[in-house]
Write a protein that binds this ligand. Sequence first.
Ligand code: NDP
Length: 348
Amino acid sequence: MLTVQRVVLSSRPGKNGHPSPDNFRVEETSLCTELKQGEVLVRTVYLSVDPYMRCRMNDDTGADYLLPWRLEECIDGGGVGVVEASKNTQLATGDIVTSFNWHWQTHDVIHGNCVQKVDPRMVDGHLSYVLGAVGMPGLTALLGVREKGHVTCGAGQTMVISGASGACGSLAGQIGRLDGCERVVGICGSDEKCRILVSQLGFTAAVNYKKGDISKALRDNCPNGVDIYFDNVGGPISDTVISQMNSGGHVILCGQISQYNKDVPYPPPLSEETQEALRRKNITRDRFMVLNYMDKHKEGLELLSHWVKTGQIKVLETVANGIENMGVAFCSMMTGGNVGKQIVKISD
Ligand code: NDP
């Protein structure tokens, strides 16, 4: 038996409530480490906190591909760790493995079929990137831009990204630039984040949506209008961007985080005015879901890995420490406490 720590969901914020660290509880439990055939003992190294988890905190996630977390049960999400013992012919002690359904637990016993083996060279030894730039958020940025953005190199396009300093947004802007947009303008929640986007990630400009007149700031920074909008947030920010889009433009409907603490369907309904603007200007706004492109993930991860290793993409991360801080890290990410991907380090 091994004494492990795990995080359970102790209460729900309610569909219209803001999540709080009190919704999560850390507890100790005993793990039987006697492995059955096919099983592995894994030590958790990094865990991910992601906006979609807010839906899993509700009784009903509102999405058929997402199950709600159950009260008093161990939470799961993206994780990466090391195999410490194996009775699986495909996995050996020391292998690095990942899963979308990793328990928020310091060690776990799982069937080897439930994890994917990771080649640490893909991330240059930075295992946390498996949960970020060379993982699901990276693929979301890459495939979102490539499948829904219609970027044409040399066409002088302007791309705007909301949630631009977060995991997906910070990568989407850099990919828009690499793919040939002339201007890449980010929208995010602080002057410091704006500064980082421009000085470190090569965004053309960035706008702090918490300060001043964002409509004017966008107009000033997008003198030729907006051709492509990578939308991570929805709500009034998106109404403003769409009002400045050019005819024939494309909205990449990636996420709507500004609406996740509200009891509204996904995607949330648009105002009559915004719907009319989309119709009049013949703007596409297709829902994008990274999980719908599983056949493109392997190739996508290879490209992201290449970009990261060659320095063409810069990776930003905010790392919290300790399993006891999972709830705090999740709530911090939901309110803008992160720059780049929010990660929690569980062990060395
Ligand atoms: P981020 O790393 O971007 O973290 C969330 C960020 O959202 C915060 O840092 C905060 O930054 C911003 N934010 C929070 N509340 C608001 C608000 N009310 N208005 C504007 N911005 C807000 O998370 P991810 O990169 O993981 O996810 C970004 C989006 O992408 C989410 O909507 C998520 O659901 C979506 N997503 C979609 C996928 C798909 O397949 N379609 C897959 C993965 C993610 P700030 O300081 O700027 O406010």
